[in-house]
Design a protein. Structure first.
Length: 266
DNA sequence: GACACTTTCCCATAACCTCT
DNA sequence: AGAGGTTATGGGAAAGTGTC
């Protein structure tokens, strides 16, 4: 059977792309030694890999024809838009994070609620609610670049452990990437899983969006790591610009939160 | 088909263990 | 003793699964 071609995928809707990839994936033979949880990921990667260089070339052409993201302040605008949207979505949810003393007493979700410590309840909730979806934001921002694809957004399909696939300038083979927020985002107990999810891809990368969080808590003899500028430059994006907009975003959220608190005293 | 329960997936930090 | 890796602990959303 012929491998799938980029030209076949490009004209399709996301759900038709999913269907087509699914059909091909079923036919891929999986190495016997591979963990069964990863069979599907292997099959999808095998189907996608030969098509991706041309698919990404196509994205690059489209980017150029629409006024490239790499020209003028377009990159800044694009990153800013994503951060704005994220901030606005989050700010909208702030009122729903509040729990009444009665709710907390009847059905405490954690120790702070059990004790009715409203300030701790809120600060705990805010930081949880914020840090989790930010993980998704980095994927979205990476996908601004025509050098990256998101399996989910571009093909409607999930590859276990893979957040983004990118084609480095001048290189022929796509790189399968797992993106975290910080170098220490992964705890040790999760590292073996990340290792196995990445290892079987011919080209793979473990990336941290920011070079914060002290030392890496992920290591592997065969899987490269990159954080901050080293990672973002692979898809042509500017780390300094990203940090600038993320700072605006977080401060905006904080200001909205303080504002909300003042309007609704404890 | 609605709802409840379970698993998976995002995340953070401290403590501990082992090897050099 | 210090570094690097592993384990324990903890929150919450979303997706998946089972049941009535």
């Amino acid at each position: 059977m012929q491998p799938i071609q980029a030209d076949q995928l490009i004209p399709l809707s996301i759900s038709d792309r999913f269907q087509l990839i699914e059909e091909y994936a079923k036919l891929v033979t999986v190495p016997a030694e591979l963990n069964s949880d990863l069979h599907r990921a292997y099959q999808i990667a095998a189907v996608l890999t030969p098509a991706l260089p041309n698919f990404i070339q196509y994205q690059i052409q489209v980017d150029i024809s629409h006024g490239s993201i790499f020209e003028g302040d377009r990159q800044s605008t694009a990153i800013s838009n994503e951060c704005e949207q994220f901030a606005n979505r989050f700010i909208d949810t702030i009122p729903s994070l509040v729990r009444s003393p009665a709710e907390m007493e009847v059905n405490p979700r954690n120790l702070y609620e059990l004790c009715g410590a409203a300030v701790f309840v809120e600060s705990n909730s805010i930081s949880r609610q914020l840090s989790r979806p930010m993980g998704d934001l980095w994927e979205t921002i990476a996908n601004i670049s025509p050098y990256a694809i998101s399996p989910e957004k571009d093909f409607g399909i999930k590859i276990t452990g893979i957040d983004s696939v990118l084609l480095r300038q001048g290189k022929g083979a796509p790189v399968f990437v797992q993106i975290k927020t910080q170098r220490n985002t992964l705890t040790g107990s999760q590292a073996p899983r990340s290792r196995s999810e990445l290892e079987f891809h011919q080209n793979r990368l473990f990336a941290a969006a920011f070079c914060t969080g002290g030392n890496w808590t992920f290591s592997s003899t065969s899987i490269r790591r990159a954080c901050g500028a080293e990672f973002w430059s692979m898809v042509g994006l500017d780390y300094e610009l990203l940090k600038f907009h993320v700072k605006q975003m977080i401060l905006k959220i904080q200001a909205a939160y303080i504002d909300f608190q003042q309007k609704t005293p404890l």
